[in-house]
Structure formats: structure tokens, C-alpha cells
Design a protein around this ligand. Structure first.
Ligand code: PXP
Length: 244
């Protein structure tokens, strides 16, 4: 099984645009779970334009599947996740003000820094994951940080997929096999959608979880949240069948 974690940042963005509590992020999270999502993700950024730091505590109260908090490990971010430990923290090397995540960690040059951040998270019982590009040196560096999992940044795959699916996925398939051999757990995310998800997941040995936000919330405008979650789950189910 490959878990679907629904990233609710875009729901938070709509809420924040009017300054009140509609849509109610907490209600949407519990509804996503009711509709079949196997996890909820938020990514509070320093300017809190999407999810806010105070959403972490509120979600922690209600999420019964898996709560994944993504973000740059600023002092504030670490204070919040240690005060309200989620099931998983995904560390992302975003600069403040970045539009969206667009690269993984340099695990070779930032190995010691990552290790210093990861150790206390693991000591608090939180599973750790770090956002990475699919390269052998980066995966070797990731092992040395002590992280439990990696999350592959799938933006470049999604970008190339319409022109050449096989070429787009090749590096990811190899990296996934290598991550498995190194004993790293494997997540993936960014720009995955109903068109590319089945093919991607079918070509990723060992893939355990995807986190999907932008496309899923956009698709919900047409199909509704309950239908869309089932549609994404079906892609993952089909991918597992194709993987054999
Ligand atoms: N993973 C990470 C680290 C992200 O920053 C994001 C976007 O917030 C996602 C996954 C989900 O990407 P998308 O919104 O394109 O599905």
C-alpha cells in the first residue's frame, strides 16, 4: 500500500484570504480522513500565508491517521513540532518567502547541521523525512544524517512527464531502488496529479507515501473532495497492482 497524505496548504490559503475561519481547516482535515485519506500534511512557511503554526496543535488534536508537518527547520518551526509532536516531520530547505519548494537538501555539505536537527526530533518520537533530489551522493548523505525517510522532490518528473514519461521517471526509479538498499523509507511529492501519479508510483519500488496538495485541491473544484480522494487512492491502488 502507498499512503495518500493530503496537503491542506491551499485550503489554508483560501481561509486566510478572508481573515475568518472558512473553510475550517480542521473540519476539512477530518473530512479528508473520512473520505479515505491516510494522512494529512501541512507546510507552515515563515510568512504563514498558507498553514499557520497554530494549525499544528489543532490538527494534532483531531488527526487519527498520520499527521505530517513539513517545513524549513527554523527555531519557530522546531519549537512548534517539538511542543506538539506529529507522526512525521519532513524537513525542507526552503528560503523564507519561497513560492513553493523547488529543490532538495544538500545532504553532503549540510549533513552535520541536519543531524543536529534530526536527533532531537527522533528523540521526541517523531519520524523524520528530508526532502531530496534523486541522486546517489545525496542519498548516501541522507543516510549519514540519521533520517528515517527521504521525500523525493518530484517537480522535475512532473515537468518532463508529458513529453517523455520513461525518461522522466528513470532517475527516480534508480534512486528509489538505492534508497531501499540503504534502508531509507521513501516518500515523494510535488506536482503529482491524476495524470502522472499512477505511472510515477508504479515505477517507484518501495514508495510508502505521497503528499499531494495543489492538484488535488484544484481537482476538488470540479469533482468534489470525496470523489477526488477516491480518484487519487485508485491511482495508487492501480500503481501497486502494476508494480506486482
Ligand atoms: N512536498 C513538499 C516538501 C512540499 O513543499 C509540497 C508543497 O507544499 C508538496 C510535497 C506538495 O506539492 P503539491 O502541492 O504540488 O502537490
Amino acid at each position: 500500500m502507498i499512503r495518500l497524505s493530503v496537503n491542506l496548504n491551499k485550503v489554508a490559503l483560501i481561509r486566510n484570504s478572508r481573515g475568518a475561519n472558512y473553510p475550517d481547516l480542521i473540519q476539512v482535515a477530518t473530512d479528508c480522513e473520512r473520505f479515505g485519506a491516510q494522512g494529512i500534511t501541512i507546510h507552515p512557511r515563515p510568512d504563514q500565508r498558507h498553514a499557520r503554526y497554530d494549525d499544528v496543535a489543532a490538527l494534532k488534536e483531531v488527526v487519527t491517521t498520520e499527521l505530517n508537518i513539513e517545513g524549513y527547520p527554523s527555531e519557530k518551526f522546531l519549537e512548534v513540532v517539538l511542543a506538539h509532536p506529529p507522526h512525521q516531520v519532513t524537513l525542507v530547505p526552503d528560503a523564507p518567502g519561497q513560492l513553493t519548494s523547488d529543490h532538495g537538501w544538500d545532504t553532503v555539505n549540510r549533513r552535520d547541521e541536519l543531524r543536529r536537527i534530526i536527533d532531537p526530533l527522533k528523540a521526541a518520537g517523531i519520524r523524520t523525512s528530508i526532502f531530496v533530489d534523486p541522486s546517489p551522493e545525496i542519498l548516501e548523505g541522507a543516510v549519514a544524517t540519521g533520517t528515517d525517510r527521504i521525500e523525493f522532490y518530484t517537480g522535475p518528473f512532473a515537468h518532463q512527464y508529458p513529453q517523455n514519461p520513461q525518461a522522466a521517471v528513470e532517475k527516480f526509479t534508480k534512486a528509489s531502488q538505492m534508497a531501499m538498499d540503504l534502508g531509507l523509507g521513501i516518500n515523494a511529492g510535488h506536482d503529482l496529479n491524476l495524470d502522472n501519479l499512477t505511472f510515477f508510483a508504479a515505477n517507484m519500488p518501495g514508495l510508502q507515501e505521497v503528499s499531494i496538495g495543489h492538484a488535488l485541491v484544484s481537482d476538488a473544484l470540479y469533482f468534489g473532495l470525496a470523489n477526488v480522494i477516491q480518484m487519487y487512492l485508485r491511482c495508487l491502488h492501480n500503481a501497486v497492482s502494476l508494480r506486482g
